[in-house]
Design a protein around this ligand. Structure first.
Ligand SMILES: [Mn+2]
Length: 395
């Protein structure tokens, strides 16, 4: 019963963090969260759970862990900071920035680095023997926190399931347990892909798709805030209109980019196929490039099945709710075509996130999973990144 043992040490750590939270006099919490559907669901779960306990929650949506942003958030003392569906990959860096100053609770499923500050609790279930690629999402992890905080919070289970739709293998392991529980409690109804959120009367899948547009595409225009509201209250007319408008804009940009790639083809090295979209997604969150690369990985007439896909886009310098970044950045998203995934699992090829961490060492902020990852680098390091990656893969 290895899993049981791991889960019990997870809950031990969870309760330790919650005890510390309850001991603190401050009732204000900063909640940093990711911008995609899972990030919005994660934020909604934590926000609702904390507000029910009388906390005031300020949400702050981040696409990436920008070092200067993290440094500024942790330089104060005595604050309570949550990270939802983001943060684990940089738990070491966050620990360094925090240096014992603020209670920091990370609820995430991305590949973790060790948290080295005792005030930083990384409650990622990857640290307890589960896989963030298949067994649980950020929202699932947040849901476990909500339930540990107060067992009445089981009504939020639907959000764990909506967030978990980003995991391609369906609901297994921890997610399967959440699904069973949600059905038993009557919060979710139905079977397979058609499962429904009872209180909203919408399918989990369509709810996921809408939030997957609202947060990432609408990042620079209040999409995340609206998205969290939608998570808790359902999709209203305002949200419906916004989603349609954002989707239209993205579709147009995708279409232009696909046409361009058919015309110019992707650039290639021995192990990499890549393109630079520049400002083609201007105004939209940079997550869209990852979503485009995922789509591209299935376009057999455009891509080689045996090379890593790199898609690059410019990052707007302004972080909503924070300010302007010092440098200008570009983001590279990496996707791995289907038949390379088995090779990665067998250890015969480097996983996407490992590749990006190595090839951007010293100048990039990389994170993600083994089949899908991204990195933000200073604009003038785009070419260096590709060169480094090729060098690593040729070695
Ligand atoms: Mn996630």
């Amino acid at each position: 019963m290895r899993e049981t043992a791991n889960l019990s040490s997870f809950y031990q750590a969870m309760h330790k963090a919650i005890n510390e939270l309850r001991k603190l006099p401050t009732k204000t919490v900063t909640l940093i969260h990711h911008d995609d559907c899972d990030g919005l669901c994660s934020a909604a779960v934590v926000k609702a759970a904390l507000e029910r306990e009388g906390y005031e929650v300020k949400t702050f949506c981040l696409e990436k862990i920008y070092p200067e942003v993290i440094e500024s958030l942790h330089k104060n003392v005595g604050k309570t900071i949550f990270y939802a569906d983001i943060g684990s990959s940089h738990a070491s860096f966050i620990s360094k920035c925090n240096a014992g100053r603020n209670l920091t609770i990370i609820l995430d499923h991305h590949d973790p680095t060790p948290a080295t500050d005792p005030k930083v609790y990384d409650l990622n279930l990857e640290n307890y023997g589960f896989r963030g690629e298949s067994d649980f999402s950020g929202a699932t992890c947040c849901y476990f926190f909500a339930k540990a905080l107060n067992e009445r919070n089981t009504d939020l289970s639907y959000l764990a399931l909506v967030g978990s739709c980003e995991i391609p293998n369906g609901f297994v392991s921890l997610n399967k347990a959440v699904l069973d529980e949600a059905i038993e409690n009557g919060d979710i109804q139905g079977e397979g892909k058609k499962i429904k959120i009872v209180k909203f009367g919408t399918s989990v899948g369509s709810f996921f798709s809408k939030l997957q547009i609202l947060g990432p595409v609408g990042y620079y225009e209040g999409g995340p805030e609206l998205g969290i509201k939608v998570c808790l209250e359902g999709v209203n007319d305002e949200a419906e209109r916004k989603i349609a408008e954002l989707e239209e804009r993205r579709k147009k940009a995708n279409k232009n980019l696909i046409a361009r790639l058919y015309r110019e083809r992707l650039k290639e090295t021995d192990h990499i196929q890549w393109f630079d979209a520049g400002d083609m997604y201007k105004g939209m969150g940079t997550k869209v490039i990852g979503q485009f690369c995922s789509f591209l990985s299935y376009q057999r007439r455009l891509i080689k099945p045996n090379k890593y896909i790199f898609g690059i886009v410019n990052v707007p310098p302004d972080i909503p709710g924070w300010g302007r970044l010092e440098k200008t950045f570009a983001k590279a998203s990496v996707r791995v075509p289907k038949n390379m995934q088995t090779l990665i699992d067998q250890g015969k090829m480097l996983g996407a996130v490992d590749l990006l961490i190595k090839s951007s060492e010293g100048f990039g902020i990389a994170d993600g999973h083994q089949y899908a990852a991204n990195v933000v680098v200073p604009t003038d390091k785009k070419v260096v990144l590709i060169k480094n990656a090729e060098k690593i893969l040729s070695a």
